[in-house]
Design a protein around this ligand. Structure first.
Ligand code: NDP
Length: 321
């Protein structure tokens, strides 16, 4: 057992917190580790299904410090315990509304929570095809992160679904290990940048299947084949693969913040000067503002940055802190 250290006194019911963190993935929990250690009273509004995307994965092999790998859910439990060890209050309730026009800011679950600063770390959800076998084989051949899982497919055959930069990036990462990578795209033109397309086209291990949709993922204990359909000729066929990476985009979980902070046309919260949103005192970290890196370690890094920015904000703006 580790010694519990509380660096900040928790406010009494109805009083104002120094920092409220909305979300409970690596960015949220890392932010909490930093704000509590910075002596700011911190409440994490983690949601009923807390833990983010890593709660849905199996082994994580690329998080520094765990040389034998660690299960995603265990990694999240450890981050939560670490934040709680330093005095963060973790609430397993969903946030239903926020009001950043008020000061202190207000966040509503089944009660109103007031805070002098807010870190939004609600992350993003992977888009899914919604086909048979997809959820059933998740972690057993169905994957969403090539930098995480590519080494499992050494000398194997894999498919990547999607036509954007994510799909081609995933495919290129996979070619370092897999003997063959099919890129399956529903149209005959990529959405990905020209440079990325050129790079993929030059890679002899990649084969493109145009106008093609995956309609079923099949196997016994792990993925063995895909049922595919050409949406121009309606011809159906089977493709033998050991794995399938779904790379058809992400949806940032920003619905709660519409009209509260600036959000771009894709739904990502717009940040300036690293983690600052359009509202002073409200910060955003992780996949809610990052469409590009989307790794546990980069989200954790963004969480650390947002925490440091929030502590600086409290220092400069909240005389009682
Ligand atoms: P995008 O939205 O750009 O692309 C999603 C792709 O998935 C599209 O080709 C789309 O097809 C396809 N798709 C969507 N839904 C389905 C479906 N139900 N069935 C089959 N296919 C589907 O998302 P990305 O994640 O690729 O990229 C997001 C952002 O991040 C972009 O701005 C991108 O440039 C950026 N990014 C940049 C990288 C880089 O520069 N290295 C790496 C990764 C991302 P269709 O084209 O027909 O709509």
């Amino acid at each position: 057992m580790f010694e519990k250290l509380e660096f900040a006194q928790k406010p009494k019911k109805g009083e104002t917190w120094d920092v409220a963190i909305i979300g409970s993935g690596p960015s949220a929990l890392t932010a909490a580790i930093y704000t509590t250690r910075g002596a700011a009273s911190t409440i994490i509004l983690g949601g009923e299904n807390w833990g983010g995307q890593l709660k849905l994965t199996t082994v994580v092999d690329n998080f520094p410090g765990f040389h034998e790998g660690i299960q995603g859910p265990e990694l999240m439990d450890r981050m939560r315990f670490q934040a709680e060890r330093f005095g963060a209050e973790f609430v397993e309730k969903n946030v239903v509304r926020v009001d950043f026009k008020k000061k202190p800011f207000e966040i509503y679950t089944d009660e109103a929570i007031r805070s002098n600063s807010v870190i939004i770390a609600t992350g993003a959800r992977n888009k899914w095809l919604g086909i048979s076998g997809e959820q059933e084989f998740l972690g057993r051949g169905v994957a969403t992160c090539a930098p995480c899982d590519a080494p499992f497919y050494k000398d194997k055959i894999v498919a990547v679904v999607g036509g954007g930069d994510s799909a081609l990036t995933e495919a290129l990462v996979l070619t370092k290990y897999a003997s063959k990578v099919y890129v399956i795209h529903r149209r005959d033109q990529f959405r990905a940048s020209f440079a990325m397309q050129e790079k993929a086209r030059k890679n002899a291990r990649i084969e493109f299947l145009w106008n093609t949709e995956v309609i079923e993922i099949m196997g016994s204990s792990v993925v063995e084949k895909l049922k595919i359909k050409n949406n121009k000729t309606y011809e159906e066929g089977e493709l033998l693969v050991n794995g399938i990476f779904i790379a058809i985009g992400h949806t940032p979980a920003s619905e709660l913040f519409v009209g509260q902070v600036d959000i771009d046309e894709r739904g990502y919260i717009i940040v300036h000067d690293n983690t600052k949103t359009s509202v002073e005192g409200v910060f955003a970290a992780g996949e809610i503002q990052d469409a590009y890196y989307r790794q546990a370690i980069t989200s954790a890094g963004f969480g650390c940055m947002a925490a440091m920015d929030a502590l600086l904000y409290l220092d400069k703006n909240i005389p009682t802190w």
